[in-house]
Design a protein around this ligand. Sequence first.
Ligand code: NA7
Length: 540
Amino acid sequence: MATCTVPTDLDVLVVGAGFSGLYSLHRLRQMGRSVHVVEADDDLGGVWYRNRYPGARCDIESVDYCYSFDDSIVQEWTWTERYPAQPEILRYIRFVANRLALRPDISFSTRVVSMHWDVDAALWRVNTDRGDRINTRHVIMASGQLSKPQLPAIEGIADFAGQLVHTGDWPRDGVELSGRRVGVIGTGSSGVQTIPQVAKQAALTTVFQRTAHYAIPARNQLLDPDYVADLKSRFQEYREAARHHPGGTHRKIGTESALDVDPQALHETFQRHWENGGPDILAAYRDFRFDEQAAEKAGAFVRDRIRDIVEDPETAEKLCPKGYPFGSKRLVLEIDYYTTFNRPDVDLVDVAADPIARVEGRDIVLESGRRHELDVLVLATGFDALTGPLFAIDLRGKDGRTLEEAWADGPATYLGISTHGFPNLYVVAGAGSPSVISNVLVSIEQHVEWITDLVQYLYKNGLDVAEAELEAQERWTQEVYDVAAPTLFMQGNSWYLGANVPGKPRVFALYLGGVGHYRDICDRVAAQDYEGFTLSTAPS
Ligand code: NA7
């Protein structure tokens, strides 16, 4: 795609042209700021551009996973499925970008390689891989939470003699799967979504599973036009409720303990959730997030359903999640996943029992010496989440320290938005905020509005610099950890904890205090003239 030149002097540079970056661009343009977006990919869409693997779909309902800021856009767009598939989301993002004429202010195929804060000029000096040198007062990092694919540390994998692909960076022209022997490593959301689709085409599908994840039927379906029309007629009211809901959704939150309910009633509740599909079962009882025994009630129910569906008892047992609490990793929504293992051309290999030793030529070699010869190897091995995309840039703040050095013990932020020592740098829906533990579209809109309001406040008041105070940052970071500490999330070896990336500090970096509560805190800070930030003019 043809791309435009990046202006050399800007009020605001936005990094990334996904949901966050596009809304940031629109809002700042409306505020009259000089703003430009740089995007490493050759088109817009962010994760929804790159995750083009067969079966890719959002695990939040389409009517919630969309913008609300412009009601005419709400009225003009009509979602077709309960859980939107990647092509439909990408069409939506393109529709919004075209509708708001955003493309002229985006430079594609342009990756930021370094960003250094110039203290005297109070500017970020930014370099891109196309040789652009940009001076910008503010930078909004809209570079995504799950945008840096994580490759497994398996000897010889880079030299795999067949075709190697990662779900998070799926080739634009697709991958020929039909008639081929396809291996999939990873059984999180991406693996569970793609395995049934791969199996429909491949001659043989071999699934390498290290941990069985809890998966619930999505019960995806075409949306009833009357339902969509009704929602549209009261969409702002509908979204307003989500803005004040802990998860940014409409999920009903149970008030009872799963330990106080009699087994029959418990079973009926679980069965209802299983039949309705979707992740709402996570909130069926108030103690699912905190009490292992309570969560285990749901865990046992799911294992029983797997045993009902999967015909081979040995395969069923391998697919049963064990050893960690239900809900402590992201709950996976499945479509035809468990039934796929009833196919004669699908194999499940338990690589917890017999780990992958190395890749040799076209073979995956297990520690036992068993070999699996493949034509295509699909890595559904997840992402270096939240911090990965930020650390990929040589990003240096006031004292020349990199962000990676500043966050050596885990993300340290004020409100998840800003970091002491890195003035005028804002992260949208990143670590320290509700981010992807909520309906991220609600969180993105809230962040973009709050951040752009702050930028505009500075300009209106003749100020140049906003820097998070160290004390405010320490308090907030502690709050993030304290809220997470009593939850079962601390027990799941998930990307939420950074557990999937060797050497990453094991901290729960998302704010679990709830989207509505978080919004109130941010609003209070803004109302008190951005309490916790030092606001100043440029030294020179
Ligand atoms: P996830 O949820 O991080 O899942 C990655 C999967 O890959 C998971 O099953 C891992 O097993 C597995 N994995 C990673 N490395 C290896 C090695 N070396 N050997 C075997 N298996 C491995 O990523 P997804 O892309 O599925 O989903 C990420 C988010 O995107 C998701 O939560 C939604 O929010 C959307 P493990 O569990 O670590 O044992």
